[in-house]
Design a protein around this ligand. Structure first.
Ligand code: XIL
Length: 402
């Protein structure tokens, strides 16, 4: 993954985001960022007003309204990471339409970058909680849960940590991780539904990503169990997950998680969930054993989730838009991923990695590919959106009473 910009840029944008998220979700709120933070009482009134406004706008025609009871339909909240290299302002802070659509359509939010080390812990003695606070507050105002992402990862670590690592003793390094987890998880205790504690710790062949992951390289495999224990101590309510890509199918990588999680559970480590990110592409077949794979983890007593679904498309020679056939294939993949999750009793959280092409990470990271989300840059619903909505509606009768 690329390296992000200087924390200073992030910090400036973050302050604006905070100011905006502190006020009620309405056009007035977004054009009046200087308004004071609401008191608890006002926040309650604001929520009621938001609900009324939603009803008045006929917001039953949304993904969250279509979902079975208790089933969370989520999106990543754009900000940080690749966004800082684009020629638009921070989407979460400035894009009124983006904020409104996100409030209306989703019942779960994931911080796309704002809770990653390089953002939330930009220097050794400074935590920048502003952008993450803003997300958590906005989610609360809109009746949404939050997925925390992420605590132990090889990527998007801050430069100070990378530079300091060779000079630190094992004990110091472990102390830094412990403090980080206690501070970050502790700050949002009771407000995070699921934490991606460990992200992408295995390679494709099922061996640990030891060289790349500074925590595992320096502190050994045992640091994984410690990270889960620290997170659980800091927030006993949050469900603690392993998260990775390329683990949609039953394969060496997902087998490695299957083994590791059983070991950890046998030792009493508080692992609650397993989540395939699900960054898919229409260039490859759909992972047809996704449901069976989720089910075997569910059978271990785990929660399961889809955490980062998108379905990227390679544009055909000379085309700027995907063809109708490509869009239909994409819709089919979104639908099958959702059906796989709905088919597993413990899969109650289904998150797409952004909902509009306007802010998708795909064209930045995958050359020649794009159109990976369910809405166009103008927030028009694509076939993939309708596939999700129809599938959720169809599932309402039979599911979700647990
Ligand atoms: C991506 C973000 O979408 C980008 O904005 C950022 O520049 C890089 O990271 N797996 C993960 C996510 O767990 O955190 C990644 O998010 C996508 C792949």
């Amino acid at each position: 993954m690329r390296r992000a910009r200087s924390p200073r840029t992030t910090f400036r944008a973050a302050r604006v985001a905070t100011a905006l998220a502190a006020v009620p979700l309405s056009l007035a709120a977004v054009v009046a960022p200087a308004a004071a933070a609401p008191t608890a009482e006002r926040a309650g009134t604001d929520r009621a007003a938001t609900e009324r406004a939603r009803h008045d706008r006929g917001d039953r025609d949304t993904l969250r309204a279509a979902a079975p009871k208790g089933f969370r339909i989520g999106t990543a909240v754009a900000g940080g990471g690749h966004h800082e290299e684009q020629d638009y302002a921070d989407p979460f802070a400035y894009d009124v339409e983006y904020r409104e659509v996100m409030a209306r359509e989703f019942s779960s939010l994931s911080a796309e970058n704002q809770m990653k080390w390089e953002y939330i812990h930009p220097s050794r003695d400074f935590y920048n909680f502003y952008p993450a606070d803003a997300i958590v507050r906005y989610a609360k105002q809109n009746g949404q849960v939050v997925r925390g992402h992420t605590l132990l990862w090889h990527s998007q670590n801050p430069q100070w940590l990378i530079d300091a690592e060779p000079t630190l003793s094992d004990a110091e390094l472990e102390g830094i991780l412990k403090e980080h987890i206690q501070k970050v998880v502790g700050r949002y205790a009771g407000q995070i539904q699921q934490w991606d504690v460990a992200n992408e710790i295995f390679l494709e062949d099922g061996t640990l990503r030891t060289e790349e992951n500074l925590w595992i390289r320096r502190l050994g495999e045992g640091i994984i169990a410690k990270a889960f224990r620290w997170a659980h101590e800091a927030d006993p309510e949050a469900k603690l997950f392993f998260n990775d890509y390329g683990v949609e199918s039953i394969n060496p990588k997902s087998n490695a998680y299957y083994e590791l999680i059983q070991d950890l559970k046998a030792q009493g480590v508080p692992v609650d969930g397993f989540a395939p990110q699900s960054h898919l592409s229409t260039d490859y077949g759909f992972p047809g054993d996704l449901q069976a794979n989720l089910q075997r983890f569910a059978d271990l007593g785990l929660e399961t989730a889809i955490t980062e679904l998108d379905v990227r498309i390679t544009l055909e020679e000379g085309e700027t838009e995907p063809t109708a056939a490509q869009q239909a294939q994409q819709a089919d993949y979104y639908q099958r991923a959702l059906e796989a999750c709905l088919g597993v009793r413990t899969c109650n959280s289904f998150t797409i990695w952004g909902f509009t092409d306007k802010y998708s990470w795909v064209p930045v990271f995958f050359e020649g590919q794009g159109s990976a989300t369910v809405m166009t840059e103008d927030y028009e619903r694509k076939p993939a959106y309708h596939a999700l909505q129809d599938t959720l509606r169809a599932a309402r009768g039979g599911r979700g009473r647990h």
